[in-house]
Write a protein that binds this ligand. Sequence first.
Ligand SMILES: C[S@@+](CC[C@H](N)C(=O)[O-])C[C@H]1O[C@@H](n2cnc3c(N)ncnc32)[C@H](O)[C@@H]1O
Length: 246
Amino acid sequence: MRMKKKKFANERLQLLGELLVTDFIGFIEDRDDIYDSIAPLRIEIGCGKGDFIKGKSVKEPDYCYLAIEKILDVCVLAVENYAKSRNMGDLASNGGWQTRDGVVHPLGSESIHFENEELGNVRFAVGDAKDLIRYLPDNSVDSIYINFCDPWSKKGHTKRRLTYIEFLKMYSRVLKPNGRLYFKTDNRPLFDFSLEEIEKSPFTLEYHTFDLHNSEMNSENIETEYERNFSAKGFSINMLIAKNNK
Ligand SMILES: C[S@@+](CC[C@H](N)C(=O)[O-])C[C@H]1O[C@@H](n2cnc3c(N)ncnc32)[C@H](O)[C@@H]1O
């Protein structure tokens, strides 16, 4: 995702630091401190500006959600987007954060304290998914969502695709038996590649469509930012669900 550098992104994230997971090593053990409950964990890889995780966590609230985004300047938008949707306040005119009681927390202040019910069931992490997920124990995740990841179309770059076999093996390890991987993309070559990789992996293909918006699964679909843009341009959306058969 290309975007202009966000001013003071680090300081902005710091203010909403209670929504961030920074220590992955103890993440699963500390989960009941991090979230209000220890409901099954769902992970989104490459959350962008966070529309999907925001919608999913409202539609299916009986889960803990973790949204991973490798670009800090993008993650700050996802965190602020989610915080606004939780009525935790809004950006202040001086670039800080104004909580709903009207108090302005300027940039450079410590993390603002929020009650657990304000924070809700989503947390965010900045980093490359492959570096973070490897810290998770076996069988600790309920579902993984990948939406419109980079196609890495250049020759020699296929191993970077988030549906390359080595990534699938990593997801299989952390997912529970019968856990699900959900994948959406507008990019047909990437989708075809992913179907082939799943064949070789511990997953079985449970469902796939080359036209999600005209399929029976559309009523359950939560659109992402990219999905809205690409479908508005006339691209059909591919989607698959794969079951962890380890
Ligand atoms: C094309 S955007 C799609 C954003 C969003 N999922 C959507 O559908 O609107 C892909 C996002 O994934 C992030 N990303 C790509 N590879 C990643 C990785 N290995 N770990 C974490 N985030 C990643 C990128 O920084 C970018 O924000």
